[in-house]
Structure formats: structure tokens, C-alpha cells
Write a protein of this length. Sequence first.
Length: 263
Amino acid sequence: MLQSFLEHFRELYRYRALIDSLVRREVQARYRRSVLGYLWTFLNPLLLLSVYLLVFTRFTRAVTVENYALFLFVGILPWLWLSGSVVSGTTSIAMSGGLVTRVCMPPQVLPAVAVISNLVNFLLGLPVMLVAAAIFGKIPGAAYVWLPVVIALQTLFSYGIALTVATLTVRFRDVQFLAQNLLMVWFFLTPIAYPIAMVPERFQRLLQFNPAVAFVRPYQQIVLEGRPPSPLHLTAGLAWGILAVGVAVWVFESLRDSLAEEI
């Protein structure tokens, strides 16, 4: 198992130039022939932020949080990266049969491209979040040195989930629809639109079993609270990342020989 794990990532490393090329193509193609172009990278989270802000503070008044717009934005940005990686990763292998069968490219390259291209969008939106934080008086401090660590852990986890669903979708096309619906439920089970303090205490421990909490909370702690991520969330993030990738590699290697035929 360990040998398969190491060989899996050695293959990815050998094809790093191809991954870089495909990521560039994906990012450029996403906004090709668009009037606003890369501005959509900033507008998409801002539009989503506006909708949730309107619903939770004006229509239902369900949430009363200081600087709620910033709180929401800090949670939505990493969530869009995670959910975008899952959505685009789900069909990344199934819809690219020609690349896998004719180019003899390792199939795991495609979910990696999906995750990294969504990471690029996240990184482009990060300055907007930092400017918004400064406007609300949250001046960047020493805690920001932890951002690369949190980003690295989320990259690991996102790749694991994207690879798993991408592999399963080749054999079971229903997985893409199931993933889209589960993401909606997953969003509302994650303290993004509401603070974790609003959750009844007896359910807060259960919430820690939600993998997304281990990645969203550190951003909130760094940007909103000005402190390093808690060791609990960093440890949980590392554990979820290793588990996700371990399961993904096992599923992928188990079905790898049949992928080209089933695409």
C-alpha cells in the first residue's frame, strides 16, 4: 500500500510540467471571451456573499455577528475552492477519455489539475479577503504565517476527495449528481454562514467530525481572531488530508486498469 502511495505521487511529480500546462489552459479557458475576464474570480464570491448576507441579516435575521459580511467572506472563499474542486474533479477523468487513452497520461493528473486550477482562483481572491479584513479593522499579524500551512492541508484533502469521486464517476455516473447534492448539505453543516457558537453545545462536538470544519475554522481564527489556528484543527486537517488521500489512492489503484475501457 505504501509503495502504491509513493508511486502515485512520483507519477504526479514526473508529469508536473503537463499539470502546469493544463492548469494554465484551464484557468485561461474559464474566462475566455468573457468581457470581465478574471474579474469574475472576485465577483463570484462577492455575489454569493451578497445573497447570503441578504438572507441571513435582512430576510430571516437568523444571525447576529459583528462584521458578518467579513465573517461570511472568510468562510465562503475556502469553501468555493473545496466545492469547486469536487464539482470539476468529479467528471475530470470521465470527460477526458481522449487524454487518458490516446496520450497515455496518468489519469490522476486530471483531478490534480481540477484542484490546482481552483486553488489559483482561491489565491486570486485572497487579496480581496485581506483588503476587506483591513477595512473592518482586522490588520494582518503574525498569525498569517500559518496561511500556507492551512492551504497545503486543504490542497491535500481536496485532492483526495477529487480523486475518489473522479475515479468512481467513471464506473458510476450517478456519483456526479450525488456529489452536487451532498455539497449543498455539507455547506449548511459547516459553520460558514453561522458561527460555531450558535450550534447547541451538545452538537458542537459532532460538528468536529465534519472535515470542512478543520479547514474553514483556521481561516476564521487567523483573519477574524488574529491568532494561529488551534492545534486541534491543524491536527484534524492533517488527519483528514492523509485519510482522504489514502482512501483515494486505494480506490484509484483498485480501478485503474479498467478506467480506460470504461471511459
